[in-house]
Write a new protein. Structure first.
Length: 128
């Protein structure tokens, strides 16, 4: 099977949208978060932030796919976090060392540089 390797993340060309989302989310390190839009951009669907959220709601392996590490672009948390609600998501992130300013993740924890590094490759990604 053909595959595309982007900075150590293998995206097989025949993976479903959900599988691609889970592959990226599994790579978000403890103590960091990524926005729904950033995940969408990384997998080659820059306008699919809502679809990323829907895929995370279908996640049937939250232990190995840490969907609590995905937040809104402004660092706020979703009221509809599928595995216990907003309070559970915030608690899990705080246990991993994520700091909040009010109800938003402190900006230093938000992974955003991926867009800049991968954007050119992903717009030409044959995995769509």
């Amino acid at each position: 099977m053909s595959k595309l390797v982007l900075y150590g993340i293998v995206l097989k060309l025949k993976m479903t949208f959900d599988e691609k989302v889970y592959a990226i989310v599994r790579k978000i390190p403890r103590g960091s978060v990524m926005s729904y839009g950033e995940v969408a951009l990384v997998i080659g669907y820059p306008r699919a932030a809502r679809a990323v959220g829907q895929a995370l709601h279908r996640n049937n392996d939250p232990v190995n796919t840490p969907c609590h590490r995905v937040v809104f672009a402004d660092g706020s948390l979703s009221n509809s976090y599928a595995f216990g609600g907003l309070g559970v998501q915030k608690t899990r992130l705080e246990k991993e060392g994520v700091v909040f300013v009010g109800e938003k993740v402190e900006e230093r924890h938000l992974i955003t540089e991926i867009s800049d590094r991968w954007q050119k490759e992903l717009y030409h990604c044959p995995c769509k």
